[in-house]
Design a protein around this ligand. Structure first.
Ligand SMILES: Nc1ncnc2c1ncn2[C@@H]1O[C@H](COP(=O)(O)OP(=O)(O)OP(=O)(O)O)[C@@H](O)[C@H]1O
Length: 477
């Protein structure tokens, strides 16, 4: 439906740090170097966003930042070539249909971010080419692939033509919302692939399908979903979706059912080396947009740690933190369901409005928890890695790593760390993350993550609360 720009055939590999305009990049020959420029990040924004209300009655620590200040800071970032939110172009210049532009502007977007400016012309070019796209958390990857889905489908054909898989129910639901909002001026029909989304013997006739690998595989098995007319297959959080210890097999099975000429698009904030090879096989000859290892963290997120004396002391420190500080909305990440429930009980006893969410809750419960948290009815969400990725709630200004993230082999997990802390500091907002360590092992794990990412994690005392409050208050304002 849209007039897509014609980009010369060939495969491009560009760095988000490269500030030349896209047309210059796309007209040059195949792989450009991704490592040819030193990155310079803008100084972190000094004022913090605090849009929500507080968990207690005092307003001593953080007040909602006036929307105007947020707008001014965002405008500054979007005009700074070193920011991932920068773009030299307007949405009009990206070849989008007028109906999509209307949807985008209705959402309050004024200018594209760097990933949107770089990725969209490549994604929309004809003939379609695969894409492996990387950009920091909260920089607008969703809009890049949603606008591509909405541009690629033929609305006169009532068959599924674009499929997006995400690792969690919560993220898939969120992507559905973005599709509905961006596509509201198009005749688009989208369906959320959940267990009972289609009746027995019926088949899906929506243009766009969103789901998790599990639910989509189920629909395929039941022949409720045909992938025959698929033009675009998107994996959000692709490194996670391709991880062979996790969702990789299921994603591959779905991929094997799509037509050979279907455009495959992989997006994530992280692409660790161990999945790169598989990603390149999954999306052959893809245009690539990559970040350097030093570019992964978001400047607006200040990182801290609190060194607790023992596991028991962690609960005390957490309780103290929430009783002394006024915090907008926050997410506390823990390793196990059991810990989530235990901490929730303790904080509830202390009078805080908290909820927990993990994979063993019923779907309806999970939806209600997310809706309540999104609406600001609940201020504190305690959860496992189930929502570590992709969840976008602007008002979250604090993330706590109650347990340091580790992988299946109990090794420090820098990718999960980045995704977890990326639940705050979204699209130019500021936020803070606090890691809890409680022994040498947990400290070493955090240190390993810090070394891998080359970031600063600042110590906050647990024995001088006045000092602790001062340090954190600065980051939360
Ligand atoms: N061009 C834009 N102008 C203003 N806001 C935008 C723009 N693009 C995206 N946003 C907003 O920025 C927020 C973050 O976007 P999004 O969730 O797509 O980030 P992401 O890059 O997918 O992050 P993650 O890696 O955590 O999944 C969303 O609230 C989105 O509506």
């Amino acid at each position: 439906m849209s007039e897509t720009p014609v980009v010369p055939r060939g495969q491009f590999s560009i760095s988000l740090d490269d500030n030349d305009n896209v047309s210059a990049i796309t007209s040059s020959i195949n792989k450009l170097s991704t490592e040819d420029k030193e990155s310079t990040h803008p100084a972190a924004a000094v004022t913090a966003v605090k849009p929500g209300t507080s968990t207690d009655l005092t307003e001593k620590d953080s007040k909602p930042e006036p929307e105007r200040e947020v707008e001014v800071r965002l405008a500054d970032l979007q005009a700074d070539p070193n920011s991932p939110l920068y773009s030299a172009k307007t949405f009009e210049e990206l070849g989008l249909h007028a109906n999509l532009l209307k949807g985008v502007y209705d959402m309050g977007f004024t200018k594209p971010s760097k990933i949107q400016e770089r990725a969209l012309p490549l994604l929309l070019a004809n003939p379609p080419r695969n894409m492996i796209g990387q950009s920091q958390s909260g920089t607008g990857k969703t809009a890049a692939f949603v606008l591509t889905m909405l541009s690629r489908v033929d609305y006169d054909l009532n068959q599924p033509q674009a499929l997006c898989l995400a690792p969690s129910r919560e993220l898939a639901r969120q992507i559905m919302d973005v599709i509905q909002q961006m596509g509201k001026y198009t005749p688009m029909k989208a369906v959320f692939a959940i267990k009972d989304s289609v009746g027995k013997g019926e088949t899906i006739d929506a243009h766009i399908v969103v789901g998790t690998p599990g639910t989509v595989s189920d629909l395929l098995r039941k022949r409720s979903l045909s992938l025959r007319s698929m033009k675009l297959f998107v994996l959000d959080e692709a490194d996670n979706m391709l991880d062979q210890q996790g969702l990789g097999d299921q994603s591959l099975r779905v991929k094997n059912s799509i037509p050979k000429d279907c455009q495959v698009v992989l997006f994530s904030a992280t692409f660790p080396e161990k999945v790169r090879t598989f990603a390149n096989r999954f999306a052959p000859q893809a245009n690539e947009i990559r970040l350097k290892a030093t570019e992964l963290t978001v400047d607006g997120i200040k990182q801290f740690y609190m060194d607790c004396k023992s596991v028991e002391h962690k609960v005390e420190v957490l309780a103290e933190l929430y009783s002394l500080m006024t915090i907008g909305q926050s997410i506390i990440f823990v390793k196990t369901r059991h810990t989530a429930e235990r901490i929730a009980a303790r904080m509830t006893k202390d009078g805080h409005s908290v909820v927990y969410l993990h994979g063993k809750l019923e779907s309806e419960q999970r939806d209600k928890v997310m809706d309540d948290f999104r609406d600001g009815k609940i201020k504190v969400l305690i959860t496992t890695n189930v929502i570590a990725r992709g969840i976008d709630i602007m008002q979250v200004n604090l993330v706590i790593n109650y347990d340091i993230p580790t992988d299946g082999n109990d090794r420090p997990d820098p990718e999960t760390y980045l995704h977890r802390i990326g639940r705050t500091g979204r699209f130019g907002r500021t936020g803070a993350s606090v890691n809890f360590t409680h022994d040498e092992e947990s400290y070493e794990k955090m240190k390993a993550i810090q070394d891998t990412l080359g970031c600063d994690i600042i110590k906050v005392p647990t024995d001088d609360w006045e000092d602790a409050r001062k340090i954190l208050k600065k980051a939360l304002r």
